[in-house]
Design a protein around this ligand. Structure first.
Ligand code: GLC
Length: 735
């Protein structure tokens, strides 16, 4: 939307309206149409636009729609019901204002892609954008105009179930992913949405991932500086990409529930960022201001949320039941209502709902699960896979292999492959790990599949059969991890261990002495320290989506050389959490030799696998790090280059990462921050020079006076294959 304002002013400055620019005429007409419509609306009809219902079928709701008291529905994936509701709104209500239909297309609609934490591991925003475009196309074809995605909450705590839904712990990467997803969903922000596009929704604004104890919906204590440097930038990036809507979170930040935070919803979002889309509350989060303890009843809750900047209330009816009375009692101005309604109507016009309010029931069959979408899902599944360990080179498995034991509760599970928030994905459309391997292995290969145990529970009566399968096979692949119900909303865990008796199953199978690959399928980082210590090969597949079995089989058999890198730190144990790479040094940084330093007496302080970590079937050597010039002014760029060689026998992709450390600041600074990355493909033996350019702009932070500035001084530069294994150099930034 912001882009429209800029383009509009540009156009006005030209003071000409050529035919080629009639798209802005539409823009100007939209504003005019919004105003004209607003003038005709009664107060109740205005407030109706600010209500999103979750109930589609009840007669009572149909009456509300006919009275113009509902502006939107969420979760209506029955296109016939959707059109029925729309017909009442458009043809039976007084002003015929169309409804807007929202849905949680988080990582796919019918074609389900890997969970976002897996997609982030591809470090491929362009591919993520294509995934979003397909998700939008499938959603729109089925009558969904607005999706509650991308979720851009930064998460530093793997206990939090919703870490699965976001892009991990790094702000820079999450910001790039946020922009990619918005563009994939909406297009490139010319103010109008094409027929295969939907309105995006950045969520959950803001700081939701900082829930204490990793316990969903829990209190968040976030300093102003951390809020602005870590949690807000992905939202700002999404706004800059033109996001049409934003969803407020359930959480509070330091005493203020974000759904009632004028500072966040108006001062920052509108005042600083110029966001002019609309804000929807999360599900009943307006009414939840009462249990939060800042509202005595639904009237006060509605008033506080409205005055803070919530334009549309999801599910609860604090607005619907109380705002008109508050206006009539002069306790709130109708102007505030008008402002919210303008924002909502504008998006409805931009999506084209006034011109074409109905969805074509014949369209989904030619769009959903299109073969191109499935191929893209397989590609994203491939690029999401992270090779965590491969000491004996067991992977890739030869296609001539004569027998494989496939063991574990996730080996042939359909539902779990889709992960949390699976849209309208059907388990029957999923390719399981077993099916992917069966499809890829040669006809002569004997695949001995045994479930072995459940994901949870303590039944071990499948162990013996698993051991037998292992004994008669050349290689063992153990598909273990979490079920799709163990991550996502309201699914926080106090433990990061493999659930149930899965580890015991691995231990039993390991006694056979057979080469073992542990394939980890999970919605979050897990503390797999024992596996790392005892198992030679570990592959991380996340919850890989509809084509997960094929994508992972492509990696197992070497048709794709794994390139993924984790974007959320894997701890050694849950006691280390929250743990993240861009931490502070402290006055007593952990040291092997110094006792009185920031460390544990019962665990090493470093993570099991650091941010940015992931291996390949080949090896990459870094050399010749150059920083030029080694002294720059605030206006000058510095160029950082490094040579990367593929020293192995096969082609592979490497994600070259650039980190920077501001050695001394007016406030403490992280020991490193990701400032750039490039994913390159190298043939075996090939060498490339990868270059990055940095300016003072990218070195800015909130200083001791909370000003967003770059400060002169020394900066360390680290370039490497992950956040730990880097070549180092430095440069000086002068005044
Ligand atoms: C939820 C979630 C939010 C989702 C909304 C609608 O409770 O927090 O992410 O978009 O409800 O389903």
């Amino acid at each position: 939307m912001k882009i429209r304002i800029k383009l509009l002013s540009f156009l006005l400055s030209l003071s000409i309206l050529s035919a080629a620019q009639n798209v802005f005429a539409v823009g100007l007409t939209t504003e005019k149409k919004v105003e004209e419509l607003l003038q005709k609306m009664t107060l109740e009809e205005k407030i109706g636009q600010m209500y999103q219902s979750r109930d589609g079928g009840q007669d009572s709701i149909l009456k509300l729609v006919q009275k113009g008291n509902v502006g939107s529905f969420l979760g209506i994936t029955d296109i016939i019901l959707r059109n029925k509701l729309q017909k009442i709104a458009v043809e039976k209500s007084r002003l015929g204002i169309p409804l807007i239909f929202g849905f949680d297309t988080i990582h796919g609609y019918k074609t389900v892609f890997p969970i976002p934490l897996g997609q982030a591991a591809s470090w491929n925003p362009k591919l993520a954008e294509k995934v979003a475009a397909v998700s939008a196309k499938e959603s729109r074809s089925d009558g969904i105009d607005w999706v509650f995605a991308p979720m851009v909450d930064i998460a530093r705590d793997a206990r939090w179930g919703r870490i699965a839904e976001g892009f991990g712990e790094d702000t820079y990467l999450a910001s790039l992913m946020a922009q990619a997803k918005v563009r994939g969903l909406q297009g490139y922000g010319d103010g109008l949405f094409g027929p295969d596009k939907v309105a995006a929704c950045l969520k959950h604004y803001a700081g939701y991932g900082a829930a204490e104890g990793g316990r969903d919906y829990n209190t968040c204590e976030i300093s102003q500086r951390t809020l602005r440097e870590i949690y807000l930038p992905p939202f700002q990036a999404g706004v800059q990409a033109g996001a049409a809507t934003i969803m407020s979170g359930f959480n509070e930040i330091s005493g203020v529930p974000v759904t009632a935070s004028r500072f966040l919803l108006t001062d920052i979002l509108r005042g600083e960022w110029g966001f002019d889309g609309f804000v929807v509350s999360d599900y009943t989060s307006v009414r939840e201001l009462i249990p939060h303890g800042i509202a005595i009843d639904e009237t006060q809750a509605g008033k506080k949320a409205l005055l803070a900047g919530i334009d549309m209330e999801m599910s609860s009816r604090c607005y619907l039941n109380n705002l008109s009375r508050l206006v009539r009692q002069d306790k709130i101005s109708e102007k505030v209502i008008d402002q919210a309604v303008r924002r909502i109507l504008r998006i409805k016009f931009d999506i084209g709902l006034f011109d074409n309010p109905y969805a074509d029931p014949n369209k989904p069959s030619s769009v959903l699960l299109h073969k191109d979408h499935l191929e893209l899902a397989r590609e994203m599944a491939r690029q999401s896979v992270v090779l965590l360990k491969n000491t004996n080179g067991i992977l890739p498995v030869s296609k001539d292999i004569k027998s494989i034991a496939l063991i574990g509760p996730l080996a042939d599970s359909r539902e779990d492959m889709m992960g949390t928030w699976k849209g309208v994905g059907d388990a029957e459309d999923v390719v399981t790990i077993l099916e992917g391997i069966q499809d890829k292995a040669s006809a002569e290969c004997k695949i001995n599949y045994v479930k072995g145990c459940d994901v949870k529970g303590d039944l071990i009566d499948g162990f013996a059969q698993a051991v037998e399968a292992a004994k008669k096979s050349d290689v063992v692949i153990m598909a273990v991890g979490e079920s799709e119900k163990m991550s996502g909303e309201a699914h926080s865990r106090a433990s990061l261990d493999l659930p149930g008796v899965q580890r015991e199953l691995i231990e039993e199978v390991q006694k056979t002495g057979k080469p073992i690959v542990v394939l980890l399928l999970t919605g979050r980082p897990l503390a797999i320290t024992w596996i790392d210590k005892n198992i030679p090969t570990i592959l991380l597949g996340w919850h890989p989506g509809t084509q997960g079995g094929n994508g992972i089989a492509d990696v197992i058999f070497g048709d794709y050389n794994p390139s993924g890198k984790i974007t959320a730190t894997f701890p050694r144990n849950v006691g280390q959490v929250p743990i993240y790479y861009n931490c502070k040094n402290t006055g007593r940084p952990p040291s092997e030799s110094e006792y009185h330093t920031s460390r544990y007496i019962d665990s090493h302080w470093t993570p099991l696998y650091p941010f940015g970590y992931g291996l390949s079937y080949t090896t990459f050597h870094y050399s010749n790090l150059k920083v030029s010039p080694d002294k720059i002014s605030m206006e000058q760029p510095v160029t950082i280059s490094v040579d990367v060689k593929n020293a192995g026998k096969r082609a592979g992709e490497e994600i070259v990462q650039l980190y920077v450390r501001d050695v001394v600041g007016s406030v403490t600074r992280p020991v490193k921050e990701l400032k750039g990355f490039e994913k390159i493909l190298l043939k075996h033996g090939e060498k490339k020079t990868v270059s990055f350019t940095l300016t003072a702009e990218q070195l800015k932070f909130y200083n001791i006076d909370n000003q967003f500035v770059a400060e002169s001084g020394m900066f360390k530069v680290m370039v490497g294959k992950n956040s730990v294994d880097c070549l180092e150099s430095e440069f000086e930034l002068t005044k």
